[in-house]
Design a protein around this ligand. Structure first.
Ligand SMILES: Nc1nc2c(c(=O)[nH]1)N[C@H]1C(S)=C(S)[C@@H](COP(=O)(O)OP(=O)(O)OC[C@H]3O[C@@H](n4cnc5c(=O)[nH]c(N)nc54)[C@H](O)[C@@H]3O)O[C@H]1N2
Ligand SMILES: Nc1nc2c(c(=O)[nH]1)N[C@H]1C(S)=C(S)[C@@H](COP(=O)(O)OP(=O)(O)OC[C@H]3O[C@@H](n4cnc5c(=O)[nH]c(N)nc54)[C@H](O)[C@@H]3O)O[C@H]1N2
Ligand code: SF4
Ligand SMILES: [Mo]
Length: 682
């Protein structure tokens, strides 16, 4: 294999930088200094050379004519999108001058960083940036938009993000995809499930939408949004009632089984059926399958936790494998997220010690609209990187109103002139991941990978690490933390004595082997990082935190007087809003659609294929109706976080609530309600 040098052609191992559990190994084919083809790397032990269509077409994005190539400053009105080229020196000086003034007049907390995982590289996403904003004393951002409700709920049961090794799922005999559109969002889990199916496994999908994943199931179970917790409790009811539980596992490795046994008596199949819309006989059938088939595996998705009750729902589902003793079986258990195994040393990477005022305010990213419009003292400047809040954040109408604020000094660092960047005062061009060094840790499989630059930077673009180094220098932050090279940062991050799974993994190994697996061992027999060291079916910690200590069904919030529950989900050919501005990917995805049940369509006089109006008191959209039986009555589902297009209203987050979920300050994208109607004839 070739060494990594940007001036050589050939085939270079690489890693997909996107926020996707699969974190595929890639091979970049480079000719005349340009990447001409992106393939999967057949040597990656899990992804084995297969990649999705999005990334197969990645060159269309890397070399898109619209990529930002140099810094710019605003010359038109806010949001008008008129910019003029400036130098990096001017850009950095303008930003730091503003910030120095703001620190004098309003204090550093008037500055807010806003970022997410547009690039999953750990240095890019949570490295030099964190050091910089800690040292600056800026307001802190709580990054809870994605999985935090579910992660918190799962942790109450299991102590952290620890689940099965996905490679073992080929041994499973029953696989339940629960609230995950895995065909689009975790394709290698589907490939592993298909292998298991060849060996006799049954695949069950529980979802509010019969999308590609539902269609491949042996059994698809449609469920009403936000009611999965009740279904899990109904299964527990039957498992206990019919003696399908593993008493010896419960005794040895769990606490609270007796309390749980009593507690779930109230969740009888009839009650649960009324809540979930799942027929009584199907609840029995599912519970008996789960109680009798071993090993069984539940892949818990993010869809079911983007609800008001998402934490408790995930908490409840995560109790199931313990009831039937699945954690002792190869191919038995669950995966919500596996980030615990590859956890690096965040203290050394992010340097929270640089933050002097430990009481610095914390702002939840799901409340961005309110943070920009309402909080006091106000946010006077925001620095956005690796995220596109004007499209992906809830209460989108408020968010855009906030971004329009004349007195908000907005800096956006991105590869493209995103909807967010259109509101910026200063725009900075970002490198793609193939132009920089970083290390990657999957939150699903157990492999770590290194990226080194394969091509020269496009235009004058810079990586997040490089920009924060420049900003630090100009701010006068001369601590060694801001001088470290990427290699030094990686070495420090890998040195994490608190994570035994990382023992012995070094930078040199990453360079040499490309794929380095965490030193995992089965969770049981063993001790979990819960307070009791066991699986906590009853959690004293939950009680202390103000929750029911036992899994409990709590309905989602009544969201206004609108007839339809609205699920604005992600889609196959985009990754969140990434690719929604690339012609190639738009042509694959065609147009934003709204799935609705034919009975609802009939009563509203809506026909398949017509553009319809979707609205509530937060905003409105115009989407193409897909009429059929893929969703239950009273439920509508859109797919994709679309970039703005001229003359179209396709910003689905204009409709979503910014309520926080029950746990972890998570987002509740899927707990909103809307009205749907025919467009008025103009
Ligand atoms: N192609 C593609 N892949 C992606 C992404 C993408 O945008 N596109 N995004 C990436 C990111 S950041 C994430 S977090 C993951 C998300 O990927 P997933 O974990 O798959 O989560 P979602 O796609 O949000 O929702 C999954 C499913 O939940 C369903 N759902 C919604 N509400 C409920 C409910 O109450 N109960 C049940 N049972 N189902 C419900 C939706 O219909 C959807 O089919 O995917 C990652 N991978
Ligand atoms: N309605 C609805 N809304 C949702 C969701 C949903 O299911 N439904 N899903 C939510 C979830 S789970 C998530 S994770 C969020 C995701 O939201 P975001 O994290 O904002 O994801 P993207 O929209 O993909 O935007 C990432 C941006 O980062 C840029 N970028 C990529 N690499 C780099 C880099 O190295 N440096 C810099 N500076 N920029 C870079 C990309 O060009 C892109 O514009 O969206 C949430 N929003
Ligand atoms: S987006 Fe996911 S499936 Fe596609 S190449 Fe990247 S990691 Fe693999
Ligand atoms: Mo996400």
């Amino acid at each position: 294999m070739h060494t990594f040098v940007t001036d050589r052609n050939g085939v270079f191992p690489s890693v997909c930088p996107l926020d996707c559990p699969d974190q595929c190994g890639l091979l970049l084919h480079k000719v005349d200094g340009k990447i001409v083809k992106v393939n999967g790397d057949p040597n990656h032990p899990v992804t084995m050379g297969n990649i999705c269509n999005k990334v197969r077409n990645m060159t269309a994005r890397i070399y898109d004519d619209n990529r930002l190539k140099y810094p710019m400053k605003r010359i038109g009105a806010k949001g008008e999108g008129k910019f003029e080229r400036i130098s990096w020196e001017e850009a950095i000086r303008t930003i730091t001058t503003h910030w120095k003034d703001l620190i004098e007049t309003d204090g550093p907390e008037s500055i807010l960083p806003y970022s997410f995982y547009g690039n999953m590289g750990n240095l890019s996403a949570e490295g030099m940036d964190r050091r910089f904003f800690h040292r600056l004393g800026a307001s802190q951002l709580e990054r809870t938009i994605c999985q935090s409700a579910g992660t918190t709920g799962y942790s109450y049961t299991m102590g952290g993000s620890f689940g099965m090794d996905p490679e073992d799922t080929i041994h499973s005999k029953l696989i339940i995809f629960w609230g995950i559109n895995a065909v689009s969002t975790n394709m290698h889990q589907v490939a592993l499930a298909q292998k298991a199916r060849k060996n006799g496994a049954t695949i069950v999908v529980i979802d509010v939408h019969k999308n590609q994943t539902g269609k491949l199931a042996d059994w698809f179970i449609p469920i009403l949004p936000g009611t999965d917790g009740a279904l899990a409790l109904g299964i527990m009811h039957i498992l206990f009632a019919e003696n399908l539980v593993d008493e010896s596992f419960l005794q040895k490795y769990t606490i609270g089984a007796d309390e749980l046994r009593e507690h779930v008596i109230q969740y009888d199949p009839l009650t649960v059926s009324e809540i979930t819309g799942v027929a009584v006989e199907d609840i029995y059938k599912l519970a008996r399958m789960y109680g009798n088939i071993t090993p069984s595996f539940i892949r818990i998705g993010n869809g079911l936790q983007h609800h008001d009750n998402g934490g408790m729902t995930t908490r409840s589902i995560s109790c199931l494998p313990a009831l039937t003793g699945q954690w002792l079986e190869k191919g038995g258990g669950a995966i919500k997220a596996n980030s615990g195994y590859l956890a690096h040393n965040t203290e050394r990477l992010q340097r929270p010690d640089l933050l002097e005022n430990k009481n610095t305010r914390v702002i939840n990213m799901n409340l961005l609209g309110k943070a920009l419009l309402e909080i006091d003292p106000p946010v006077k400047s925001m620095y956005v990187y690796s995220s596109n809040p004007a499209v992906i954040a809830p209460e989108g109408t408020l968010v855009r109103k906030g971004l329009m604020r004349e007195d908000l000094f907005l800096v956006v660092h991105d590869l493209f002139l995103t909807e967010t960047a259109k509101y910026a005062d200063i725009i900075l061009p970002a490198k793609s991941s193939f132009e920089m060094t970083d290390f990657y840790t999957s939150y699903w499989h157990h492999y770590m990978q290194l990226q080194q630059p394969v091509i020269e930077a496009v235009g004058e673009s810079k990586s997040n690490v490089e920009v924060f180094r420049l900003l630090a220098d100009e701010m006068g932050f001369h601590e060694p933390a801001f001088q470290e090279t990427e290699t030094e940062m990686i070495a420090k991050a890998l040195d994490n004595p608190s994570n035994p799974y990382l023992e012995g993994i070094h930078y040199d190994q990453l360079v040499e082997k490309h794929y380095v697996k965490a030193k995992i061992k089965p969770l049981f027999p063993g001790t979990l990082p819960t307070p009791s060291g066991k699986i906590e079916l009853y959690s004293e910690r939950m009680k202390e935190d103000g929750y029911s200590p036992l899994p409990t069904y709590i309905p989602i919030v009544e969201d206004g007087d609108f007839p339809f529950l609205f699920i604005p989900a992600p889609t196959h050919n985009f990754l969140n809003s990434t690719f929604s501005n690339n012609e190639k990917h738009i042509s694959l995805e065609k147009e934003p659609r709204l799935h609705l049940n034919q009975i609802d369509a009939m009563s509203l006089g809506i026909e398949d294929g017509e553009i319809i109006r979707v609205w509530n008191d937060r905003g409105e959209c115009e989407l193409k109706a897909k009429v059929g039986e893929l969703v239950l009555e009273g439920v509508v589902v859109s797919q994709g976080l679309w970039a703005d297009a001229k003359g179209k209203k396709q910003h689905v987050n204009a409709l979503t609530p910014d309520r926080l979920s029950d746990m972890g300050g998570g987002a509740t994208f899927f707990s909103g309600k809307v009205h749907v109607e025919k467009m008025k004839v103009k």
